[in-house]
Design a protein around this ligand. Structure first.
Ligand code: OAD
Length: 230
């Protein structure tokens, strides 16, 4: 059985990573376009670098929760038949044991060079304008897909969605495209669809089944159920 799991900020909420659109979310108190668009970066690069430096540094204070660990456990049985497509830029899936992870919105622990277009693993700050390890220019930016930019690896995602028997959406508000369209792409090809979220979303009616509650409870329960049935 081939499974695609799409994850959003809600899966990392119980680890202490703030979501975006919930009350107390990351976009509260921030003009989204100021810190998540190429125009915002051009207008005030230091502000944007500091915003992502703080988020990158915060990763050392958080740990994967039961939902990340359950997906890691599921991969041990399914191997490459499980693909996690995440909108998250944290590294909690990898630290939870998943290896087949597609970061469609980029990664905090990566830097992108505006001069040579290469990407580099990056753990420190970027606000002091360090030199690019590839070309030496001081032109590194966070390797995050901002509004108006094209998500990474969408051909692979589409291919996996076309082949999926089951599509599961976890902890995403389904307000940002193209991820919000994945449920349709998967269903059109005959996949069963399941939404796991704290609340219903604007996309809930498009799923075959919806379960509401915290990801740290729902995801391990779903994985146990699936493994029992194999
Ligand atoms: P949102 O903040 O829009 O939505 C988070 C979802 O998680 C909501 O539907 C919440 O109900 C749900 N949620 C919160 N806590 C939860 C929990 N403990 N268990 C289960 N669900 C929970 O975040 P995303 O949908 O991920 O893009 O946002 C999508 C994109 O918008 C992000 O990748 C980001 C943002 O702009 C970029 O930064 C490029």
């Amino acid at each position: 059985m081939k499974i695609v799991v799409l994850t959003g900020a809600g899966i990392s909420a119980e680890s202490g990573v703030p979501t975006f659109r919930d009350a107390d979310g990351l976009w509260e108190g921030h003009d989204v376009m100021q810190v998540a668009s190429p125009e915002g970066f051009e207008a005030d690069p230091e502000l944007v670098q500091r915003f992502y430096d703080l988020r990158r540094a915060h990763l050392t204070d958080v740990e994967p929760n039961a939902a990340h660990l359950a997906l890691g456990r599921l991969e041990k049985t399914l191997g490459p038949d499980l693909l996690v497509i995440t909108q998250n830029v944290d590294d909690l899936h990898e630290r939870g044991g998943s290896t087949n992870v597609l970061h469609m919105h980029g990664e905090l622990r990566s830097a992108l060079c505006l001069a040579c277009a290469d990407r580099f693993e990056w753990d420190g700050d970027l606000s002091h304008a360090p030199a690019c390890p590839g070309c030496g220019a001081a032109t590194l930016r966070p390797d995050i897909v901002w509004f108006g930019e094209i998500p990474y690896r969408m051909e692979e995602a589409l291919q996996a969605l076309q082949e999926a028997d089951l599509f599961v959406s976890v902890g995403t508000s389904s307000q940002v495209y193209p991820a919000a369209a994945f449920v349709h792409w998967a269903a059109e090809q005959g996949a069963r669809t399941l939404e796991l979220n704290m609340n219903g979303t604007i996309a809930s009616e498009d799923f075959d089944e919806v379960r509401t509650g915290p990801a740290g409870t729902l995801v391990p329960a779903w994985v146990d159920e699936l493994l029992d049935g194999l």
